[in-house]
Design a binder for this molecule. Structure first.
Ligand code: HEM
Length: 401
């Protein structure tokens, strides 16, 4: 067990042969200390919260700020620092400013709204699977199913329609896997911003349905803030659900008894529970929720002083044996995992969670039934993982059937 801060460099490394397991060093820290210090890329030493109860406590404490302008805030990487300090948006500000921004789009992401889109999402998934089957007996499940599915869903919610949708999907593909050089990624973000800008302008003349039209109609935000909100939703909407689709498929295909349960189930309640367990088990938002203490906070018997950075490791908290029955390091689709923290907790809890839930229920509930012989075309250790990005996943998922 490493004891010095220098050895506790966060994020820690995963074992390539075991891509679903948390890094062994992180597991060891979680076993011994629910609150401890780590070293990060900029040389600072924020607090790492690994315990489930401690994570929930911090994420509901208004003194643990998301304001990225405050000194001491822990950025995941220099690019995140450059991007976010330039773009103030919902995840980067505290209440009441945060609540004001969030309220404007809450109805567009409500349970009711997402349930009303379930049949649209089902049609999208069916069409994409028809396309896969018609094209042959192999595919890249990330590029050919997960990204276009996520792209169509978020475009539907934003009110971006077919013709522009194709252009957004192409940009979204690059945003979901920024394996490309930073200047190419920056250019894609700018192209996306320009495209959204033209849609906001068009909505001024004729505000349609969806987030963009609603924000224009509400008349509370200047155009550039509507564009910033839409850009945030596009980026968030393209990445995480797509990676959950592919990583979830990898996890299921390497647990044959579990994939059989999903394939053979006709029960929507079982599928919904399976989605929650996969969200918990994989915890794709794996680099921690970032905060800074605005005042002194005591958690787990440790005093975090005002100005100190905090990383709430929700992935580790989701594997805390004090919070989940059985062995939380195992995938068990029959487990009750509904209280997981994969979407965060507290006021910044994921806005798009119901969108993701419905999409994942549709795609997991359809894919293995329609292609029962689906298998990985490449061993797990040979896949290329997005280890250093905010969302954990693979850059491509070659499959065959
Ligand atoms: C499986 C898919 C997803 C996962 C695992 C996920 C995860 C998360 C997490 C952990 C947070 C909390 C961040 C924090 O506390 O600092 C978050 C916030 C957020 N997510 Fe998601 N997300 C997913 C899908 C989506 C989708 C599809 C959208 C939208 C279109 C979205 C939009 C957002 C937004 C806007 C926030 C910030 C909310 C706020 O600050 O109030 N997410 N997400």
């Amino acid at each position: 067990m490493p004891t010095s801060l220098e050895e506790n460099f966060y994020p820690m490394e995963r074992v390539p042969q075991c891509p679903f397991d948390l890094p062994p060093q992180l597991q060891e820290i979680a076993r011994t200390a629910p609150v401890s210090r780590v070293r990060i890329w900029d040389g600072s030493s924020p607090w790492l919260i690994t315990g489930y109860a401690e994570a929930r406590q911090v994420l509901t404490d208004a003194r643990a700020s998301s304001d990225q302008r405050l000194p001491g805030y822990t950025f995941a990487a220099p690019q995140a620092k450059a991007f976010h300090t330039r773009n103030r948006s919902m995840p980067t500000v505290d209440d009441p400013e945060h609540a004001h921004l969030r309220r404007m789009v809450t109805a567009d992401f409500s349970n009711r709204r997402m349930e009303s889109l379930r049949s649209v999402f089902q049609q999208t998934v069916d069409d994409l699977i028809d396309g896969l089957l018609a094209a042959g007996d192999s595919a890249d499940l990330f590029a050919d199913l997960a990204v276009p599915m996520s792209s169509k869903a978020i475009c539907e919610v934003l009110g971006v329609h077919h013709r522009e949708g194709e252009r957004f999907a192409a940009l979204g593909r690059v945003m979901a896997v920024p394996g490309s050089p930073p200047e190419v990624h920056a250019k894609v973000v700018e192209d996306m911003r320009a495209l959204l800008g033209s849609l906001v302008e068009a909505a001024r003349a004729e505000p349609g349905d969806g987030v963009i039209g609603h924000l224009v109609r509400a008349g509370e935000l200047p155009d550039e803030e509507i564009v910033a909100t839409a850009l945030l939703l596009m980026a968030a909407g393209h990445g995480a659900t797509a990676h959950m689709t592919t990583l979830g498929t990898m996890a299921l295909l390497t647990h044959p008894e579990q994939v059989a349960l999903v394939r053979d189930s006709q029960d929507p309640v079982f599928i919904a529970n399976a989605v929650e367990e996969l969200l918990r088990y994989l915890s794709v938002a794996h680099l921690g929720r970032r905060r800074v203490a605005k005042e002194d906070i005591e958690v787990g018997g440790v005093l975090i002083r005002a100005g100190e950075g905090i990383i709430v490791a929700t992935d580790t908290a989701n594997h805390d044996p004090r919070a989940f029955d059985g062995d939380p390091d195992e995938l068990d689709l029959t487990r009750d995992a509904r209280h997981h923290l994969a979407f965060g907790f507290g006021v910044h809890q994921c806005l798009g969670q119901q969108l993701s839930r419905v999409l994942l229920q549709v795609v997991y509930g359809t894919l293995y039934r329609r292609i029962p012989t689906l298998e990985l075309a490449v061993p797990l250790r040979d896949m290329s993982y997005t280890l250093d990005l905010a969302i954990y996943g693979v850059k491509a998922l070659p499959v065959k059937w």
